[in-house]
Write a new protein. Sequence first.
Length: 213
Amino acid sequence: MLGERAEQARRVLEALRKAYPHAGCTLDFQTPVQLLVATILSAQCTDVRVNALTPALFRRYPDADAFAATDLSELEEAVRSTGFFRNKARSIQAACRRLQAEYGGEVPREMSALTSLAGVGRKTANVLRSACFEEQAVVVDTHVKRVSARLGLTEETDPDGVERDLMACLPRDSWSFGSQSLILHGRQVCKARKPLCGSCSLANHCPSVEVAA
C-alpha cells in the first residue's frame, strides 16, 4: 500500500511542480513573530484579508514585546476584520508573552516549544518551521486534507493522521513544497463543493475525478 501511495505521490508531485513551481507560504511577513501572528489570524480567514491587515498591524506592533504590552481591547479592535477577533487577540498576546518570558522575544524552532504557545497547533508550527527555519514540514489545513484524500494519498480524516501519511509517501525534500502546492490547488481548483475537474492539471492522476465532477 505504501509503495502504491509513494508512486502516486511521485506522479502528483510532478504535476504540481508544473502547475505551481513557486508554491510557498502566501502570508506576508518579515520576521518569525510576524508570521506567527499572521498564521493565528488566518484561522477561518483568507490569507488575502490577513495580508491586507498586517502591514498596519505590524507597524503598530513591530515585535513580541509590543504585542505582549498592548491593551488587549486595542489588539482586539486591530484584528477585528479577521473574525473571531477576541480569541485571536488573546492567543496572540499570550503567545507573545510566552516568547518574551521564555525565549527572549524570539520564536523557537522546535515543534514541542512551538505547540506550547497559545493558538499554535501542528499546522501553525509547521508553517513556521517551513517558512522561517527552512525545515521540511507538512502543513495540513482543510485544503490539504481534502485534496490529498481525493488523490488517494491518505484515508485519514484526522489532520495528524494526514500529516503522517503524507510524510510517509512524499520524499522528505518535498514535504514543504508538496503541502503548500496542495493548498494552492485546493484553493484554486480542487474546491470543496464544486471542484473544477475539467480544468484540473492533476485529473489524469486523480482516482476521484469522476466522482468529484
